[in-house]
Unconditional design. Structure first.
Length: 483
């Protein structure tokens, strides 16, 4: 005999399991899906967890039996089968929405169970249809809004599949547009976005020219990868997150974008901020200039402004010096421009730690080899002292107007009196005629490593007795002393 559960106020876990089996086994209990839908809104976490388990079992069975997958064309509205199918679809949509809301539940177990149920429903759908982008967008939005790093990491693990990558990219793009001003959410969006790797999309499309469903999806992924990063970079971000993004943008993002010039606004804004943010934006901006024909005339002017004494005391000093060598390597650069950088770098060395002095001196040595016309600054320094008039204008921000080419590197004379022997030796090497082979900058060295090297060099192990005495009296030493 048919028994309705709608009138029952309180259902136990056993009752929910019994109801689930009846819905799956007998079509006359199909209306009781509304009871399960009502249970998803209960305050009791135990009831909600049981209802979520029930939803997954019910719809996995219904989707396998294709009760909601077939979509008859031009079916008579009075056809009871067509009405039943439409009711099942509408109810399924309501249930899915309820499950998505539970992903943001305050209870962690309910959140994880709701997330698992949502993925299970999506997986059951893909057995007969493509992954529904709208449904995945709602899952992504709910997961990010939880601000639960563990749950976001679980979702990131699902984005390895091709269909999920495309759906994930579109979902993140939509989320970034909707919550553009929410700074607190940007780090969770970045956690999800950086987990999407599209390198395989390039290799597989190149290897297989056939237009299969997979290659078509990969093509759309490549196209959408540009827009999702542009939208994400428009979100409000903390200074720490912006620095983290800039540190990997040139290696992890730009090579896989079909149009990296879309990042110009973000990179120029970061470059204009100054400090560490400008330093980290340098590499990506230089890639766009040299490889993608970006016209940015004030690049070297702003780069010159970054040469301050504080730069030699920050975390990214070694990285900046290595990039500076790349930026100034081109033989097309005028001698007066390179001379301005050399002079400013040398002037700031008077306030730098030893390991930085060595790196910069080696950089200047390489620049002289790359630009032989700047060698006059070193030789001219032999006859010019800081007491005499120096035409170099350290306050000038335009490197083309500093008159550095008319000056000299008289600072080398002061560095010859430095307390660190390695600094003195490097300075002497710079002043001697050398070949055209570039030398390494030793970017791995820091003050601590130099100190340890000198400690090992200058300290010796004192001689000690091979057999250490166990006590003062037993060793016979007591006879030599009078107390």
């Amino acid at each position: 005999e048919y028994k309705s559960y709608l009138s029952m106020k309180d259902l136990s876990v056993e009752d929910i399991a019994d109801l689930t089996n009846k819905i799956i086994g007998d079509p006359k209990y199909t209306n009781e899906i509304l009871t399960i839908l009502d249970l998803l809104g209960y305050s009791s976490c135990i009831v909600v967890l049981a209802a979520l388990s029930s939803v997954q079992k019910i719809y996995k069975e219904l989707l396998q039996n294709q009760w909601m997958t077939e979509d008859p064309v031009m079916v008579d509205e009075s056809d009871p089968v067509a009405k039943y199918r439409q009711w099942m679809k509408d109810t399924y949509n309501d249930v899915f929405v309820a499950v998505i809301k539970l992903i943001q539940h305050s209870n962690k177990n309910v959140r994880e169970s709701a997330y698992t149920t949502a993925l299970g429903l999506l997986q059951a759908e893909t057995m007969f249809n493509k992954l529904q982008t709208d449904r995945t967008k709602s899952v992504i939005e709910s997961v990010i809004l939880t601000q639960d790093t563990e749950l976001i990491a679980q979702l990131a693990g699902e984005l390895s599949d091709v269909d999920w990558k495309y759906a994930g990219i579109k979902g993140i793009e939509t989320f970034a547009k909707k919550y553009r001003s929410q700074e607190v959410l940007s780090k969770y969006v970045y956690q999800l976005l950086k987990s999407i790797s599209i390198s395989e999309c390039f290799s597989k499309i190149d290897e297989n020219n056939e237009r299969t469903d997979v290659t078509k999806t990969m093509f759309h992924i490549k196209k959408s990868y540009n827009s999702v990063w542009v939208e994400f970079l428009k979100m409000s971000k903390s200074a720490e997150l912006q620095e983290e993004i800039l540190s990997s943008l040139n290696s992890d993002v730009i090579p896989y974008m079909t149009n990296p010039k879309l990042l110009i606004d973000f990179l120029v804004d970061s470059y204009d901020r100054g400090g560490v943010t400008s330093l980290l934006a340098l590499n990506s901006l230089f890639i766009l200039i040299t490889q993608y024909n970006l016209d940015y005339p004030s690049f070297y002017t702003k780069l010159y402004k970054m040469l301050t004494p504080d730069l030699y005391h920050c975390t990214y000093t070694a990285r900046f010096i290595s990039m500076l060598e790349v930026f100034l390597k081109s033989p097309l650069l005028p001698a007066y421009l390179v001379a301005s950088f050399m002079k400013k770098l040398t002037r700031n060395l008077l306030q730098a730690p030893p390991h930085v002095i060595i790196m910069v001196m080696k950089l200047i040595t390489n620049l002289i080899k790359l630009h032989p016309s700047t060698k006059r600054l070193v030789h001219r320094g032999k006859d010019r002292s800081p007491a005499k008039s120096d035409p170099f204008d350290p306050a000038e921000e335009d490197p083309s107007k500093t008159k550095a080419i008319q000056s000299s590197l008289w600072e080398l004379h002061i560095l010859l009196e430095h307390y660190c022997p390695d600094v003195v030796q490097t300075c002497k090497t710079l002043r001697k005629p050398t070949d055209n082979i570039l030398i390494g900058l030793n970017l791995h060295k820091d003050y601590d490593s130099m100190f340890k090297e000198y400690v090992k060099l200058w300290t010796k192990t004192p001689p000690i007795e091979f057999n250490a005495p166990s006590s003062f009296n037993n060793s016979g030493y007591s006879n030599s002393f009078t107390f």
